[in-house]
Design a protein around this ligand. Sequence first.
Ligand code: FAD
Length: 176
Amino acid sequence: TVEERREEQTETVPKKLPKGVVLGPDGKPCRSCTSVASWFAMAKKSPSDATTTSATTTTPTPTYPSDCPPDVEQLGRSSWTLLHSITAQYPESPSPQLQSETKTFMHTFSKLYPCWHCATDFQTWMKKDGNAPRVSSREEFGRWMCEAHNAVNVKIGKKEFDCTKWEERWRTGWKD
Ligand code: FAD
């Protein structure tokens, strides 16, 4: 059951943690800071308990059941979807009040983001010269969000996204 699974995942914590398991400020493994693969390794669960297998490979990819708390990747994907979608609907000429509220929102978001080490690094990035939220128009905010996302992509070894394409990806859809 979901309850049993939750107990196994939160209480069966081996003394030696597998690589990739990140601890939270309380000293316990932090689910929203850890990938699903490391989480399953820690819980010593077989990926076959919850797997997806693509058509081109026979290697199962562990995944959480859809009704369980998110791992660091699910949380990230959902968060970026929300953030980029906010920029997509942002006015072309926002009022001074909205601009101010948007800056406050990003500041608060960076404090509340549930993966603590992601949040800390994101706050540090925003404090660097030139990285404060730029919110005077949709185009500016969309570009800024793309740059913020790229900073995380670089940090975790992912490919940078071409920011000239942010609006096609998140607002208008691809041209062809
Ligand atoms: P995602 O990076 O989630 O991107 C989703 C989609 O957005 C992509 O498929 C692509 O179409 C599009 N996209 C990609 N880059 C851009 C861009 N620059 N601009 C516009 N669109 C783009 N994970 C960690 O492991 N460590 C961290 O420190 C960390 N910090 C994070 C900080 C924040 C504020 C957030 C929101 C997430 C963080 N994450 C972190 C999660 C990480 O960024 C990814 O979301 C996660 O690894 C899943 O990646 P993904 O490959 O599914 O695509």
